[in-house]
Design a protein around this ligand. Sequence first.
Ligand code: KG4
Ligand code: ZN
Length: 341
Amino acid sequence: MIILGIDTSCDDTSAGVVEGGRHVLSNVVQSQVRVHHPHGGVVPELASREHLRNIMPVVQEALSRAKVRMADLDGIAVTVGPGLVGSLLVGLYYAKGLAYVHDIPMVAVNHLEGHILSIFLEDTPPFPFVALTVSGGHTSLYHVKGYGRYIQMGQTLDDAAGEAFDKVSKILGLGYPGGVPIENASHDGLKDRVKFPRAYLSGESLDFSFSGLKTAVSLYIKKWHDKQVEAGDITLPDIAASFQEAVIDVLVRKALKAGAKSGAKSIVIAGGVACNKRLRMRLQEAASEKGFALYYPRPEYCTDNGAMIAAAGYHRVSSGEKADLSVDVRSKFPIKDLKPM
Ligand code: KG4
Ligand code: ZN
């Protein structure tokens, strides 16, 4: 079964063609970083305009790289939420047009389910497992009992982890998006040089909070610029490394706690922040120590992509699901609202 997946939930226009829910025939992503970079973050109006410009060539490129024609497709999977409404609309209405004209079943996919199932594009973690999805818009823990069976165990109460990377990067003058420049700067810094707060939240909570950390870093940087901090020899890489470690400490601790609570034997990480090599390394060490198997997709499948949407859509198309062409986008789309498969 060959599925075309389309994702325009935020600032990447992406389309991928996947066979059998896991064999990637193509995965094309047109990034909008160049457009949003001068603004230090995603500008929703510019994002939808760029999606409009890019959607047709990106889908055509995905089909041509996969060497398939529209007639070869068994289904079209498209992200309907959560995300930016204007951006989602472009992908959904393009998918509707294709589905209608070529008479192909279309399924509406939840972006978070795409991230959770992205691991199946190259690996096969046994169910049940715990998934930590960490991106620019989300930081959540799920107990994944099977395809379409997800129980949310925790989520961020304020900023997402990726959002914290992006904001701290902006304050440090390292640009947008912030994950990669912070990770690169951290290589030359000392992670214990500045003591930033870790919000473990009370007791057994599996929720996250990164806004206090973001504020603490921002206040510290102001003092550092004004040369009010001790000794005067703290470097920008020291601040970046100390911030990154504070985020990672919390993510690692909560992922392991969720693993223990769920009784699952495996942990999966996904989403843009899961590209972070230090997070992967720390989580690998901690997981091995506690007897969990750790799975993470390659970076291309961690950041937003159409292949993961095709993978998620495959299970829905195979179970006979078909979206009505009146389906609409949802800026908020909690995983508990998913249709069971
Ligand atoms: O999954 P994604 O492409 O889009 C969303 O669904 O949000 O994630 C983008 C986020 C950005 O905040 C970016 O700064 C972060 O992932 N990111 C990283 C790294 N690479 C991307 N964060 C930390 N370390 C990285 N290497
Ligand atoms: Zn995403």
